[in-house]
Design a protein around this ligand. Structure first.
Ligand SMILES: *Cc1c(COP(=O)(O)O)cnc(C)c1O
Length: 372
């Protein structure tokens, strides 16, 4: 068969793929996703009590209060709108995603909302509670042995099922409306408006896709603010070394044990040049931080909240030492109820070889002295 060169054709060629049905279906799907946003309230900013004399206000934006329990609710909403507007999601065709669990929970929810099947491709170490949640939303779970297999398996499954591979690790940064539209950054600054220090010295995020930190970093520049953006990274993640060495090819040989964050490669949605500061936080320190958080505000959170909180406390310690006053913001990324058999389970901690006590002692000392 020869391919005709349209440039040489002498007749008008006109291919019309417009479909009333497709346009109507997409409009209904977008309306359903927007209606979910309309029913939702903003997430709380919680003040973490620190000794008054330090003169520093620490806030946690509570992203666990979204309908699907994590900051991935925002991402899933953005990814669905982006994919629907691109014409990538079609009726009765599955949405497929590579995930460490939280995104899959939120995408299963939105898939059900618009009436398409959903398949999550995840490491077999994903917490059982997340698997239950995905299935409760009608999603299907497909497990792989090693977390670095999720990308190709998800892409293959999408091809085989004629579905759409959502690919959060590529699209997170561009699906989110970083200029505003009540994104996480705009919401934080709006909520701090009446505080003593409405422009935080630092906002601390963690990185899974890198999308949250990209949105924060772009927004502070776009709005001309001085706030620094710090990313806290767990053990076994490529982001810290990749950022430090400006090496886009950085990798690690095993997966992160802090669910939701830390990747074995520099994901496309992670925007290194936009990040002002990075901190590598040992996993045992992350877990000590969520134990402290429970004591301070009576709330259990996931491990990634601990990673960010530990880094935020380190920043507070630096500010105390320098005699600086101001505010610092970190995130509650998801709740601890998903991890009772992991981060809150002494047997699991022992099996994984985490020495949490040493870090707990350091954090106790910090709460007394302001030095970490
Ligand atoms: C995804 C995730 C993060 C990091 O957010 P990104 O925007 O993907 O970088 C942090 N904590 C949890 C629990 C997550 O699921």
């Amino acid at each position: 068969m020869t391919t005709q060169n349209p440039g040489r054709s002498t007749v008008v060629e006109d291919i019309n793929r417009y479909s009333d049905d497709a346009r109507r279906w997409t409009a209904e799907a977008i309306k359903a996703v927007q209606a979910d946003a309309q029913r939702s309230a903003d997430t709380h900013m919680i003040r973490v009590p620190l000794p008054e004399e330090w003169g520093i206000d620490l806030y946690l934006k509570d992203e666990s209060s979204h309908p699907t329990g994590s900051l991935k609710h925002r991402l899933a909403r953005s990814l669905f709108l982006h994919a629907l507007c691109n014409g990538w999601i079609r009726p009765n065709r599955p949405v497929v995603e590579a995930s460490s669990g939280s995104t899959a929970v939120s995408e299963a929810y939105f898939s059900r909302l618009i009436g398409v099947p959903f398949i999550a491709v995840m490491s077999k170490t994903t917490s059982a509670r997340k698997v239950e949640l995905i299935e409760s939303y009608g999603g299907q779970c497909h497990f792989v042995d090693s977390p670095d297999q999720v990308y190709t398996v998800a892409a293959d499954l999408a091809r085989e099922t004629d579905g759409h591979y959502m690919d959060q690790f590529t699209y997170a940064e561009r699906a989110t409306d970083w200029r505003g539209n009540n994104n996480i950054a705009e919401s934080i600054f709006d909520q701090l408006r009446l505080e003593p220090h409405p422009e935080p010295a630092w906002i601390v995020a963690t990185a899974g896709t890198g999308g949250t930190s990209a949105t924060l970093a772009r927004y502070v520049r776009y709005t001309g603010r001085t706030t620094g953006i710090c990313v806290a990274d767990p053990d076994n993640s490529a982001f810290f070394a990749g950022w430090r060495d400006e090496n886009p090819d950085a990798t690690t040989d095993r997966g992160s044990r802090i669910e939701g964050i830390g990747r074995q490669r520099m994901e496309a949605s992670f925007m290194p040049a936009s990040i002002d500061r990075m901190m590598h936080v040992p996993d045992a320190a992350s877990i000590a931080a969520i134990v402290l958080l429970d004591r301070l505000i009576g709330r259990k959170a996931g491990g990634s909240t601990g990673t960010g909180l530990y880094a935020a406390l380190k920043i507070v310690s630096d500010m105390v030492a320098a005699g600086e006053r101001g505010s610092v913001v970190a995130l509650i990324c998801d709740g601890g109820d998903r991890y009772l058999d992991k981060y809150y389970n002494a047997d699991w901690l022992r099996e994984e070889g985490f020495d949490v006590d040493a870090h707990t002692a350091r954090l106790d000392e910090f709460m007394r002295t302001g030095r970490l």
